[in-house]
Design a protein around this ligand. Structure first.
Ligand SMILES: [Zn+2]
Length: 142
């Protein structure tokens, strides 16, 4: 199957994101995370380890990177409009917050809940993300 693109952005457009995948929308996983950050934002995530994500930052001053817990990933939040776009591991992997994608309604898989967040150690988490997250690039301006 040929690949398709899912594009989206924060509310003001300073951060844009593109997910390229050869999976049909109905075959993309939908995940809910049980960590204390996600308890507040309630994002639903998707990823495709065989796909590709590009996050483009139009305005560097708008890029907020929030780290917590094991501090292994940046939660990318627009400082201008406050929208949480994606979690990005500097090793080059990401999960996308479905809510920012224009085609989010096409992702109809039953959400699965991830609850082991507080008990994973660094090696376990890194290995899980390498398996499950999407290879990603964060493109800064200029
Ligand atoms: Zn914004």
């Amino acid at each position: 199957m040929e690949s398709s693109k899912f594009t989206g952005s924060c509310h003001c457009g300073a951060l844009t994101i593109e997910l390229e995948t050869s999976r049909a929308p109905s075959e993309l996983p939908v995940r809910i995370c049980g960590c204390s950050f996600c308890a507040r934002h309630r994002p639903r995530y998707t990823s495709d380890p065989a796909g590709r994500v590009v996050i483009r930052v139009g305005d560097a001053s708008a890029l907020g990177r929030y780290r917590f817990g094991l501090r292994l990933a940046d939660f990318l939040i627009c400082r201008t409009c406050g929208v949480f776009v994606a979690a990005y591991d500097p090793a080059g992997r990401a999960v996308v917050n479905l809510a920012v994608l224009a085609r989010a309604p096409e992702l109809v898989a039953e959400p699965t809940m991830f609850t082991a967040y507080d008990t994973e150690d660094e090696a376990t988490r890194t290995a899980r993300r390498a398996r499950a997250w999407t290879p990603a690039e964060l493109v800064l301006p200029g």
